[in-house]
Design a protein around this ligand. Structure first.
Ligand code: NAD
Ligand code: UD1
Length: 342
């Protein structure tokens, strides 16, 4: 049986690399496009060490339309695309909105134009729970209203979903947008993980870097929110669980089991954890004491966000299986490995 060939854009990034491993484990042939703007070639080695199969790789910038066209002329046998490539730093998007609109929207448009031209019908898109803003009720279901975006980054996710929906309505394209909650953790082998550029903005990389002595202390942004311990609540999901959902979503499209041309699913655990709970859980799981202090709220933070996972559970037949402890332990193992800490 010939293996189905899947293009993974941004496949050397954090979520993409874990997904490539799961795709290869499930018998797909993978070709990665990445411009290495937020990743490195070492990731290819990590993926290969885990799955014993080197994925095909092309260093290519998806903003260059001619290069994207040329790629599809040379690769006529692609059956599906998982599109991770994007810029993802919320603060940077406020400072440089055009970079974000160009990188997150032009790349999507060029890929969809090629889908039309080449007859590729299966497209998975990385969306985000950021589209819900501060939700009116919890847990958040997929039909909760999309709120006005608070950053250009968030706006690109909303516009991308619209672009996909509109394209699906006038073509044979089938697409699933996966709205990720907060991905954390690393592969259990510590061959691949998250590599934030510069000072981490996200909680878990900041925690592991603090424990590794790279950062002096973690700032907990606010303990006066209307939550049980006063810190914000998020739905932290193990990146490997997230990666597996992509394989299932892809199989759904490939076997034409989708109910509508454009579908949306929440990917979370359904459990909300506060910042202080994550800190405590990290200390307990790893035995590392963490320096932290409570500081003022971070502008733009929503109070509490966690997923209603019923739709993904029932329709995709997918459920997050890994625990917060497994995620934090794997994140710490990865941090130790890249910092050479025994
Ligand atoms: P990442 O930065 O680790 O991975 C993105 C990859 O895309 C990188 O390897 C980067 O080099 C590549 N890339 C960026 N622009 C490119 C271009 N023009 N051409 C080719 N390659 C390009 O990010 P991630 O955390 O793995 O996120 C993957 C996707 O998931 C993104 O679309 C992101 O917005 C979305 N998402 C991430 C999170 C999260 O917390 N990590 C949450 C919600 C949604
Ligand atoms: C942020 C983005 C979101 C994006 C997501 C994944 C904002 C407003 N939202 O979500 O759009 O999809 O990242 O990339 O930026 N925290 C601390 N100290 C820290 C870091 C974080 O207390 O040093 C707290 C935050 O206040 C928050 C929680 O930890 O309550 C999680 O923060 P973070 O990892 O940045 O994710 P989000 O803010 O949920």
């Amino acid at each position: 049986m010939t293996m189905k060939k899947i293009l993974v854009t941004g496949g050397l990034g954090y979520i993409g690399s874990h997904t490539v491993v799961e795709l290869q484990n499930s018998g797909f042939q993978v070709i990665i496009i990445d411009n290495l703007s937020n990743s490195s070639l070492d990731v290819l080695e990590g993926i290969t060490n885990i799955s014993k199969t080197p994925p095909a790789f092309e260093r290519l910038d998806l903003r260059i339309k001619a290069d994207v066209s040329d790629f599809f002329k040379r690769n006529k046998d692609i059956e599906g695309i998982i599109h991770f490539a994007a810029s993802k730093a919320v603060g940077e998007s406020v400072e440089n909105p055009l970079l974000y609109y160009e990188n997150n929207l032009n790349t999507l448009i060029y890929l969809l134009q090629e889908c039309n031209a080449c007859g590729i019908e299966n497209f998975i898109f990385s969306s985000s729970c950021t589209v819900y803003g501060e939700p009116d009720s919890l847990p958040i279901t997929e039909d909760a209203p999309v709120k006005a975006a608070t950053s250009p980054y968030g706006n690109t996710k909303q516009i991308s979903e619209e672009i996909l929906k509109d394209t699906c309505s006038v073509s044979s394209l089938k697409s699933i947008a996966l709205r990720y909650f907060n991905p954390i953790g690393a592969h259990k082998t510590a061959e691949i993980g998250e590599l934030p550029a510069g000072v981490p903005q996200n909680l878990v990389p900041f925690i592991t870097q603090t424990a590794a002595g790279i950062r002096k202390e973690l700032s907990v942004f606010g303990d006066d929110y209307p939550t049980e311990d006063g810190s914000c609540i998020r739905d932290y999901i193990h990146v490997v669980d997230l990666a597996k959902a992509h394989v299932i979503a892809l199989q759904r499209l490939l076997s034409a089991n989708n109910e509508t041309q454009f579908e949306v699913f929440n990917l979370g655990t359904g459990r909300g954890s506060s910042v202080l709970e994550v800190v405590n859980s990290f200390e307990k799981t790893t035995g590392q004491k963490l320096n932290y202090k409570i500081v003022a709220r971070r502008p733009g933070d929503v109070i509490s966000v966690y997923a209603d996972t019923k739709k993904a559970n029932k329709i995709l037949g997918w459920k997050a299986e890994k625990t917060m402890e497994e995620a934090l332990e794997s994140a710490w193992k990865w941090e130790r490995k890249i910092r050479n800490i025994s």
